[in-house]
Structures are given as C-alpha cells and as structure tokens.
Design a protein around this ligand. Structure first.
Ligand code: SAH
Length: 350
C-alpha cells in the first residue's frame, strides 16, 4: 500500500485523518504543528507523540524531508542556492535572498517546465512532473531549518509554471499562511505566471491577498510570441484583460516582469509601446536584465540601454525597479544550477 503524504494535508484534513485511525483530534493538531510550525523532518522528532502512535503513523504515512545535495553561497551578497533531492531521485532548486525587509525564498513549482520560454534554462528538458504541496512547502521549511532564520517572503518564481500545477499551488498558499504553520502573510507571497489566462481568472476568485506577477517580456503580440510560445495560445489582449480583472477582483497591484534582451526588446520604441500597453493599470514593472544561458545566444542589454528604458517608463509615471542580480556568481538564472548538475550527472553516466 502506498503511504499517504501527510505533509500535503491541510489542518482540518489531518484532524479528520487522526479521527479515522481512532486518535483524539488534539493529536492531529500536535502532528500538524510538528510538521508545519516546528518543521520536524521525521516522525521520530515528534517528542510528545507516543512511541506506539509514531510506529502506527510510519506504517500508513510519509513525511520525509527534502535532502539538500548542494548549497552554494554568493560571496557578493550572501544569496544561497539550494539543490534538493526528492524521494524519487529528481532534483529541484530553491534560492534564499536576504533583503532589508526580511528573508525571501524563491521556490520551484514543477520538476522542469513545458512552457518553452526561449531564454529560460528550466524548460530545456521539458516537464518531468508537478511538485506535491509537501515538496513546495519543504523547500521553505528546510531552508528555515538549516539557516535558523525566519523566512518572511516567498516567491514562486523558480523552475516551473505554478498555474500549470494549479490545485497544488492553491493548497500550498492555504497551508503556508495557516496559523498552525509558518503563518506567512498572504501579502508576502508572489506567484509568477507566463500567462495561463483561464487560471488567472480562477486565481482571482480564490480570495487571496497575494501578488500576481505576469511575465510580459514583449510589448506587442509579435515580440511576446517570439520569446514565449504560450503567447500563441493566450494572446496579449487576453492576458492584459486577465490582469485588469485580477486587480479589479482582488485590489492587488499587478507586477509585470520584463526580461530585457539585448537588441530584442530593449529599445526606446519598445519602452514607449510598453507604456501604452499598461496605461491606466495599477501596476509595477520589474526589469530583469536577461541572464544569458549557454544553450541560447541571447545577450544582456548594455547598462546605459537598461537605464534609458527605465527612465522612459518612469517618465510615463510607471513604478519601475531593476531586479538586482542576486547571486550572480553562483549561476544566476532559474534552472541553471539544476541543469548544470544534471548535465554533469549525465556526463558521468556516459
Ligand atoms: N513560469 C513562471 C515563473 C518562472 S521564472 C513565469 O513564467 O513567470 C520567473 C521569471 O524569470 C519569469 O519572468 C521568467 O520569464 C524569468 N526568466 C527565466 N529565465 C530567465 C533568464 N535567463 N533571464 C532573465 N529572466 C529569466
């Protein structure tokens, strides 16, 4: 019999589960808090649970922790990249960034990705599988456990398309913000999407106070399509309408991510068109100087070009930041560490 994934169960479900196996509901509360507040990595760590019950739990449930196989620390800014191994042997990566306002963890939502964005390393091998809720939570739990520092912000911007793993992402947000767990504020959670329109509408209806970030990368349909295959399925008009709807329904300002690619989408014309596109929408733009990956020959825009682009947007009254390149010295862009690890593993096997 396959063991049930206890760490993916919500608070009420754990209480119900304990009832079903003949235990008192308060045991459910204790176990949930061990897993999600005290961040226990095994049943054996649950010191106020009897040996008998522990043995009983081990037969039907699993609560294994992710195993860190590699940790890289940036000498420039202390950013840390973690490579974790899952129970089936797959590996994923997560990043810890230190900001003035607290510690932020960037998590992966899938093993690989099927969206095919041209400049992204995560998508090169395609999608292997969705991550379980427990595997998304545990990236944060293990980092907090290892560093002993509280994680206050979470961004779902690592490998994978979160809205392609929709049900698990929704459950993940509920559990991450649960008062019996880490109790992270919804306002401190950002979910980034390449623009899966029907799921953006669904997310707006969940009644969350999280931030939705849309990967835009092009200011017209043609340019966006050239960088992001998903844009062929969900056109720019539709995506912008879904963003307006998200703001109208939730009152939360949209973040647009715009990766600047040298000579592709970084001209003053592009900036002007971008201003027109988002005019009247309460939003924020995050400019990301593209992080070149060896499999593609995209290059970064020159510093001067990036600043001119930013200035142009600011002149239109738009809130803009240039993403600080955290951990540049430890394999910048999302998916690069995992990719280089897998390339090496393949090389060794050959
Ligand atoms: N699937 C989600 C989250 C993935 S990555 C999404 O598409 O939004 C988070 C952001 O990093 C996205 O905006 C993505 O397009 C961008 N990105 C990925 N690889 C990059 C690279 N090499 N350089 C710059 N930005 C990159």
């Amino acid at each position: 019999m396959e063991k049930k994934d206890l760490k993916s169960m919500m608070y009420e479900e754990v209480l119900e589960e304990m009832k079903e196996i003949g235990e008192k509901p308060f045991r459910g509360k204790q176990i949930y808090e061990w897993l999600h507040e005290k961040l226990a990595a095994s049943f054996d760590e649950m010191s106020n649970i009897s040996k008998n019950l522990k043995e009983k739990l081990k037969i039907s449930y699993q609560c294994e922790a992710l195993i860190p196989v590699k940790v890289l620390t940036s000498e420039m800014d202390g950013t840390q990249k973690y490579l974790f191994q899952l129970t089936d042997g797959n590996v994923i990566e997560s990043v810890l960034m230190h900001y003035k306002h607290g510690n932020s963890v960037c998590i992966s939502s899938q093993v690989g990705c099927r969206m095919g964005c041209r400049f992204c390393a995560s998508t090169i091998g395609g999608l292997t599988r969705n991550l379980q809720v427990s595997e998304m939570l545990d990236q944060i739990y293990q980092i907090q456990r290892m560093t002993g520092e509280r994680v206050s912000n979470v961004v779902v911007m690592g490998t994978g398309e979160p809205l392609d793993n929709y049900d698990n992402i929704v459950r993940f947000i509920h559990m991450l913000t649960d008062e019996h767990g880490l109790h992270i504020s919804q306002r401190n959670i950002t979910v980034s999407t390449c623009g899966i329109v029907p799921k953006m509408y669904e997310l707006a209806k969940e009644n969350f106070q999280i931030t939705l970030a849309l990967s835009l990368h092009g200011s017209n349909q043609e340019k966006r399509e050239a960088l992001m295959p998903i844009a062929k399925k969900y056109g720019l008009e539709e995506v912008m309408e879904a963003c307006r709807n998200y703001f109208k329904t939730t009152g939360r300002r949209i973040t647009f991510e715009y990766s600047l690619v040298g000579g592709v989408n970084d001209t003053q014309e592009d900036a002007k068109e971008l201003c027109e596109l988002i005019k009247g929408l309460n939003c924020h733009i995050n400019l990301i100087p593209v992080n070149p990956i060896k499999e593609r020959n995209f290059r970064q825009s020159q510093k001067k070009v990036i600043l001119n682009f930013k200035n142009k947007l600011e002149k239109c009254g738009i809130n803009v930041t240039i993403r600080r390149e955290m951990g540049r010295d430890i394999g910048g862009a999302c998916g690069q560490l995992r990719k280089s690890y897998m390339d090496r593993a393949e090389g060794e096997e050959a």
